[in-house]
Design a binder for this molecule. Structure first.
Ligand code: KG4
Ligand code: ZN
Length: 356
């Protein structure tokens, strides 16, 4: 079973072919970052138009590389939500039309489910059940994953997503968009402990997050320090360091609490902020302390990508799901509405690579 996956929920255009029991046959990702950089964030209308421009040529290349030119996949999976409605519609309309023209079934995929399942594409993969920390530009969630398709959201952000907080704080510091990687680099030269930022919501019970206050804290720190001393070459880096330390610490505290409360012993991290090395080191140390195992997808499968859509779509096909002929997308789509998948998972996982 070969499944073609299409991802256009935000600012990455990505396509992939996944073969059940084997793995990813071909994968293409095009990031629109440069297009949105001058606006300091994703402009939805520009994102949709660029997906329209890129998607078909990328698909043609992909099908050639996957050995599918002149033939067709067995099914087509596209991201139907959550995300930007216009951007989602580009992938859904093309995916649904191609499936109809080829006479193959289509299935709509939940973007966050795909992120949650991405670590299963690796040789070192978590067994179920596990805890998932999803940290991207649009989402911050802790999810108890019972089995494929069975998800319980046990913590969420009440305001900004972590990636969004990184981007806004980076912008205050005069760094470009997206700001996460640039802020991490700057924090590397910052002096730890010069500023002590709050760890939001760790003193009260529960697993929810709030990150918008940290950006304000950073803005106030910059303002008062600048007033106090004009020549302070380390200020930017020290603020970046304090901000990152506060975010990383807060995430680690909540993950530890979630592991204890659920009794789970495996933690996966997915989404763009999962690229942050300080976060990885901190979570690794926390997991070691707790006797838990930590798993990451490789970077290519951590940020938005078509591979995870093709894979999640493959499992949804295996569970017997099919999309109707409408171009249905959902900008909002609670993860908990998904149904558990009654499948023999081992049959659909990738084969272990030789390097294993
Ligand atoms: O998952 P992703 O690629 O896209 C979605 O938001 O769906 O995540 C992008 C987010 C951006 O906010 C970016 O600044 C952040 O992930 N990010 C990072 C790092 N790399 C990417 N944040 C902190 N440190 C990083 N190294
Ligand atoms: Zn995403």
């Amino acid at each position: 079973m070969k499944i073609l996956g299409i991802e256009t929920s935000c600012d990455e255009t990505s396509v992939a072919v996944y073969r059940a029991g084997e793995g990813i046959l071909a994968h293409r990702i095009y990031s629109q970052t440069a297009l949105h950089a001058e606006y300091g964030g994703v402009v939805p209308e520009l994102a949709s138009r660029d997906h329209v421009r890129k998607l078909l040529p990328m698909l043609a290349e992909l099908l050639g590389e996957a050995g599918l030119r002149g033939t067709r996949p067995d099914g087509l999976a596209y991201t139907a939500g959550p995300g930007l409605a216009g951007a989602l519609l580009v992938g859904a309309a093309l995916g649904r039309s191609l499936a109809w023209a080829w006479g193959v079934p289509a299935v709509s995929v939940h973007h966050m489910e795909a992120h949650l399942l991405a670590p299963l594409l690796e040789d070192r993969r978590p067994a179920f059940p596990f805890l998932a920390l999803l940290v991207s530009g649009g989402h911050t969630m802790l999810v108890a994953v019972e089995r494929p398709g069975s998800y319980r959201v046990i913590g969420e952000t009440l305001d900004d997503a972590v990636g969004e907080a990184f981007d806004k704080t980076a912008s205050l510091l005069g760094l470009g968009y997206p700001g996460g990687p640039a802020l991490e680099r700057l924090a590397g030269s910052g002096q730890p402990g010069r500023f002590d930022f709050p760890r939001p919501m760790v003193d009260r019970p529960g697993l929810d997050f709030s990150f918008s206050g940290l950006k304000t804290y950073a803005a106030n720190t910059l303002r008062t320090q600048r007033g106090a001393d004009d020549v302070d070459p380390g200020l930017q880096a020290d603020v970046a360091r304090a901000f990152q330390d506060a975010v990383v610490d807060t995430l680690a505290i909540k993950c530890r609490r979630a592991l204890r409360e659920t009794g789970l012993a495996r933690l996966i991290v997915a989404g763009g902020v999962g690229a942050n090395q300080a976060l990885r080191h901190r979570l690794q140390a926390m997991a070691r302390d707790e006797g838990a195992e930590l798993y990451y997808p490789r970077m290519e499968y951590c940020t938005d990508n078509g591979a995870m859509i093709a894979f999640a779509g493959c499992l949804r096909f295996a569970a017997g799901e099919r999309a109707d002929l409408g171009f249905n997308v959902r900008a909002r789509w609670p993860l908990e509405e998904l149904g558990a998948m009654d499948i023999d998972l081992a049959r659909y996982l990738p084969r272990e690579s030789e390097q294993g």
